[in-house]
Write a protein that binds this ligand. Structure first.
Ligand code: SPD
Length: 386
């Protein structure tokens, strides 16, 4: 496929993977509030409170930052955007840097003024970011005023090759959401364990894609359709959780997981490191899948905004972000870092999907609030099996 036929975000991510030229930093968008960024900075304690997704930095990332700056990092983790959102909307979270997914979370957080405007004068490494990815986030964050794109990935299926083959036979194609949504298939995997992300957006999208419907569709019976898709397979799902499946796949506790690509690949690496003799594979179902972008932001009430800028700038260094990608198996949005990413990661089609697969990826859309609330309620009932 020629680059011109890719969607804007697909094109952006493809360009990010290949590197690309870097324009000068964009000016803040017209009409954005610059007060927070330009106010005289009070002296800060040498402390930084970070709230990030679990399994999302390299082993030495935080220690390197602490060593280089003398800033002590208090590092907490979460495994869902909803957990982050609950902290931010309650106020006074105490966090200085957080990592929301761009759509819909960061987009609505920006609209609710939950993030501080970035001070580009404190971000000399801004120019390393992929201009194409920054451009693709303009609808979420006009002027790229609040967000730094961090990593991007996809949601598909991770599986234990031997256990799944043993139960489904060699003739069964494994690149399909039917592994999860066809009751006759998933029933055969119940005994070896099936995990599903506790992620409403991904749960809905995967079911709608399996059904041949638009995952961003509204008003076309999507909620009932998703409930009906989960109802017959719910008895075969052991749990809904968005982080536990990494170790469980690696240790052979489960054999199928709906999972984020990098997390499944981390499970593969952990199994290998532990000498578990378990082969874990990741597949992007042929029916299509979601592609998401996670970003980094500074909460409006962050107690240490100066330290937060120092940390964000550190993360934009190619020699910092490339080892993170090498460790977590997620593609980053730093054009200058690609040369430092391991060849096997750059060539891994589970991380950088080929054009024909990328063409079937869907970028989530920020849905109307009432639709989102209805989906949240439905998700709770799907999980409980009622
Ligand atoms: N372990 C890190 C996982 C990050 C996943 N973030 C994307 C969520 C999209 N719904």
């Amino acid at each position: 496929m020629s680059p011109s036929r890719l969607s804007p975000i697909a094109l952006a991510l493809a360009l990010a993977a290949c590197g690309g030229s870097t324009p000068p930093p964009a000016a803040p968008a017209a009409g954005t509030d610059t007060t927070a960024a330009t106010a005289a900075a009070p002296a800060e304690d040498k402390v930084l409170n970070v709230y990030n997704w679990s399994d999302y930095v390299a082993e030495d990332t935080i220690a390197r930052f602490e060593q280089e700056t003398g800033i002590k990092v208090v590092y907490d983790v979460y495994d869902s955007n909803e957990m982050l959102e609950a902290k931010l909307t309650a106020g006074s979270s105490g966090y200085d840097v957080v990592f929301p997914s761009a759509r819909p979370f960061a987009q609505r957080h920006i609209q609710s003024k939950l993030y501080r405007e970035l001070d580009r004068s404190k971000l000399p490494n801004w120019g390393n970011l992929s201009p194409a990815v920054l451009a693709a986030l303009q609808d979420v964050d006009p002027g790229n005023a609040h967000l730094i794109p961090y990593m991007w990935g996809t949601t598909g299926l991770g599986y234990n090759v031997a256990k799944v083959r043993e139960r489904l036979g060699d003739a069964q194609a494994l690149d399909s959401w039917s592994l999860l949504f066809d009751p006759a298939i998933v029933a055969k995997l119940k005994d070896c364990g099936v995990g599903v992300l506790d992620d409403q957006q991904e749960g809905f999208a995967s079911a709608l894609i399996f059904l041949g419907k638009d995952p961003n569709g509204v008003g076309g019976g999507e909620i009932d359709a998703v409930k009906a898709a989960f109802a017959p397979v719910r008895p075969f799902i052991r749990y809904f959780n968005s982080s536990k499946y990494i170790d469980d796949l690696a240790n052979g506790e489960i054999c199928l997981a709906m999972g984020y690509n990098g997390d499944v690949l981390q499970a593969r690496d952990r199994a290998e490191e532990a000498g578990n003799d378990i082969e874990i594979a990741f597949t992007l179902p042929r029916e299509g899948a979601v592609r998401w972008v996670d970003s980094a932001a500074i909460p409006a009430d962050a107690p240490h905004p100066g330290n937060a800028h120092a940390f964000l700038d550190f993360l934009m260094r190619p020699d910092v972000i490339a080892p993170i990608t090498n460790y977590v198996s997620y593609a980053n949005a730093n054009a200058k870092a690609t040369a430092l990413v391991d060849k096997e990661i750059v060539e891994d089609t589970g991380i950088y999907p080929p054009d024909e697969v990328a063409a079937k990826l869907v970028d989530p859309r920020t849905l109307p609030d009432d639709e989102n609330r209805a989906r949240e309620r439905a998700w709770t009932s799907i999980k409980s099996g009622n």
